[in-house]
Design a protein around this ligand. Structure first.
Ligand SMILES: Nc1nc2c(c(=O)[nH]1)N[C@H]1C(S)=C(S)[C@@H](COP(=O)(O)O)O[C@H]1N2
Ligand SMILES: [Mo]
Length: 497
C-alpha cells in the first residue's frame, strides 16, 4: 500500500464536514419518520390498493363497511424518533426535511470535491479488486467476535473502506434520486424518470429502505468506533470533533460539547416546532418555498398513462360535505349547481354543469400524488382552467386564484379552499374535472366538479367546487397562508414535492 495513505490524518475541513453531515443526517432521519407516519404503508405499485402494501407500521385497522379517508390512516409518532413528533404534524416534518436537504447536499458536494482535490479519496475508493476478498476476511474475523489487527485500520480496514465508499457513492445518491422522484412536478414532466424506480411507490419504498440502511449504518458505525480497538478509536473519534491530538483535554471537551450541541439542538428544535407551529411554518417558508419554486416551477405535466393502468380503487381524502344544500343538489343530479367565477375579472361568470360540458373537453390519465404518500391512477375529464379564466379576463392586478369548496357541515362552518398563482394554473393538464374514469365525478371524489393540477401534491386539488375567486393578495384569503391545509395544518403553499 502507498505509505503516504497512512498519514492522511483528518484535515480540519473533513472534521467540519463530518460534523455537519452528522447534524443533517439525524434531522433527515427524524423528519423522514414524521413524513412516513402520515401514511405508514409501503407498496411496490402506484395503485396502493388497501392490503397490497409490503410493509405497514402502526396498529390502525381501516373499516371495510364505510368510507374512510387517508387522514384517518395517519399514525402518531414519538418526538424521540421523529421531528416534531405527534399526530399528523406532516407540514412541520416536511419543512424540516426540506430545510436540511439542501444543506446536506451542499455539504456532500463539498466533501466529494475536497476528497478529490486533496488526495483524501484514497481513503475511500478501493484501488484494487483484492478489496473484496480482504473485506470478506474482515467479515469472518468480526463474525468470530474478534477484530482485525489495529494496523489494518490505517487508514481503513477493507470492509470499513467498502462500506464507507458505498454509503458515500451509492446510498447518498440513491437517497437524493429517490427523494426527487417524490416530486409530482418532476415526474409529471418526466414520467420516465420515476419509472426507473418502478413508479413513485417503488421510489418511495427504496427511499425507505435507504433510510433503514442509513440508520443501520449509523448504529454499526458508532458501535464499531466505540467497541473495536478501544481506546484508539475513541481517540480517532475525538480527533474528528476536536481541534488537537486525541490526548489533550481541550480535544475531549471540544468533542463532547460538539456532540452534546447536536443533541441539544435536536431537543430545542423539537420543542420549538411543537410549541410554535405557526412561527416555524412562517420561517421555514422563507427558504423552502423559493427553493421549490426555483427547482420545479417551469415543469409542465406531460402524463399519458394508458387507460388500462387506471387503479381499480382510488384512495379518498376529504369526506363529502354533509350540509343540506349539497345533499339536495346531489339528489337532483346537481342541476341547479353553478360554478361562480369572480373577483378581479372583467367578466364574472356563473357556469352550470351543462355549460362546462359545452366547452372544449380535455381528458387525461394521470397519477394522483397525495402529500401523505399514497398514489392512484385515474382518467379525469373536464375543462382547462386557463380556458375558463381566459373567458373571464383576469384584470392586471390579478395574481392568485382561489378555489372554494362547499361548506363541509352546516354546524361547523368551515370549508375547504386552496390558492394557486395565476401562472400555475396555465398548465394544459390543470382542469376543472366533472368526470372520473368515464363517469360523472363520484361523490367521494368531488362531485360535481373538482380541480386537477397534475404538477402538485393532492391537497391543492379542491373537490366539491362552488366558486373561484381571483385576488391580488393572499391576505384576502382566510388566514393568508395559501389554503385550508396551509392555514390549519401548516403545510407550505407551493406543493411541488
Ligand atoms: N373539498 C375538499 N377537497 C379536497 C380535500 C378535502 O379535504 N376537501 N382533500 C385534498 C387532498 S389532501 C387530496 S389528497 C385530494 C384527494 O382526492 P380524492 O379524494 O379524489 O382521492 O383531494 C383534495 N381536495
Ligand atoms: Mo392529500
Amino acid at each position: 500500500m502507498d505509505p503516504s495513505i497512512h498519514d492522511l490524518g483528518f484535515p480540519i475541513w473533513l472534521r467540519i464536514n463530518h460534523f455537519i453531515n452528522l447534524f443533517c443526517i439525524f434531522f433527515l432521519i427524524r423528519s423522514g419518520l414524521q413524513i412516513l407516519a402520515d401514511h405508514p404503508k409501503l407498496y411496490w405499485n402506484d395503485h396502493c390498493r388497501p392490503g397490497s402494501e409490503w410493509v405497514k407500521f402502526g396498529k390502525k385497522k381501516m373499516p371495510t363497511n364505510r368510507l374512510f379517508t387517508s387522514l384517518d390512516e395517519a399514525e402518531d409518532v414519538s418526538p424521540v424518533f421523529a421531528i416534531p413528533g405527534g399526530h399528523h404534524n406532516l407540514g412541520a416534518g416536511r419543512n424540516w426535511h426540506f430545510l436540511i436537504v439542501p444543506l446536506w447536499i451542499l455539504n456532500g458536494l463539498c466533501y466529494v470535491g475536497l476528497l478529490f482535490a486533496t488526495g483524501q479519496w484514497r481513503r475511500l475508493i478501493p484501488t484494487s479488486w483484492s478489496i473484496f476478498p480482504e473485506a470478506w476476511d474482515s467479515i469472518l474475523t468480526f463474525a468470530s467476535l474478534n477484530a482485525p489487527p489495529e494496523s489494518s485500520f490505517h487508514p481503513y480496514d477493507p470492509l470499513q473502506q467498502l462500506v464507507y465508499a458505498s454509503v458515500v457513492f451509492i446510498l447518498g445518491p440513491l437517497m437524493i434520486l429517490t427523494g426527487l422522484a417524490q416530486s409530482p412536478a418532476l415526474i409529471a414532466r418526466y414520467p420516465w424518470y420515476v419509472d426507473l424506480f418502478g413508479g413513485r411507490q417503488g421510489a418511495r419504498s427504496l427511499h425507505f429502505i435507504g433510510l433503514m440502511l442509513l440508520v443501520l449504518y449509523v448504529l454499526i458505525h458508532l458501535i464499531m468506533v466505540i467497541l473495536v480497538h478501544f481506546p484508539q478509536n475513541i481517540g480517532h473519534m475525538l480527533v474528528m470533533f476536536g481541534p488537537h491530538d486525541a490526548s489533550s483535554v481541550l480535544t475531549f471537551v471540544a468533542a463532547s460539547s460538539a456532540l452534546l450541541a447536536v443533541i441539544g439542538f435536536h431537543i430545542a428544535a423539537t420543542l420549538y416546532t411543537r410549541r410554535h407551529q405557526r412561527g416555524f411554518q412562517e420561517h421555514a417558508a422563507k427558504v423552502v418555498e423559493p427553493l421549490m419554486r426555483f427547482f420545479f416551477r417551469k415543469l409542465e405535466s406531460r402524463q399519458h398513462f394508458d387507460r388500462r393502468n387506471v387503479s381499480a380503487m382510488h384512495h379518498v381524502n376529504g369526506y363529502p360535505p354533509v350540509n343540506g344544500d349539497y345533499r339536495r343538489m346531489a339528489q337532483t343530479g346537481f342541476h341547479d349547481w353553478r360554478l361562480r367565477i369572480g373577483g378581479l375579472v372583467e367578466r364574472p361568470m356563473e357556469l352550470s354543469l351543462s355549460d362546462l360540458h359545452r366547452m372544449p373537453k380535455r381528458e387525461q390519465t394521470v397519477r394522483h400524488n397525495c402529500i401523505q404518500g399514497w398514489t392512484g391512477i385515474a382518467t379525469w375529464a373536464g375543462v382547462e382552467v386557463r380556458e375558463v379564466l381566459w373567458r373571464c379576463r383576469p384584470k392586471l392586478e390579478a395574481k392568485w386564484v382561489v378555489f372554494h369548496a362547499f361548506v363541509q357541515d352546516e354546524y361547523a362552518p368551515d370549508h375547504y379552499y386552496e390558492v394557486l398563482k395565476l401562472d400555475e394554473v396555465q398548465d394544459p393538464q390543470t382542469i376543472l374535472a366533472y368526470e372520473m374514469n368515464g363517469c360523472p365525478l363520484p361523490l367521494e371524489h368531488g362531485a360535481p366538479c373538482r380541480l386537477r393540477v397534475e404538477t402538485k401534491v393532492g391537497y391543492k386539488m379542491v373537490k366539491y367546487l362552488t366558486h373561484i375567486d381571483v385576488v391580488t393578495s393572499l391576505d384576502e384569503v382566510e388566514l393568508g397562508y395559501g389554503g385550508y391545509r396551509e392555514d390549519h395544518q401548516f403545510y407550505e403553499k407551493v406543493a411541488s414535492i
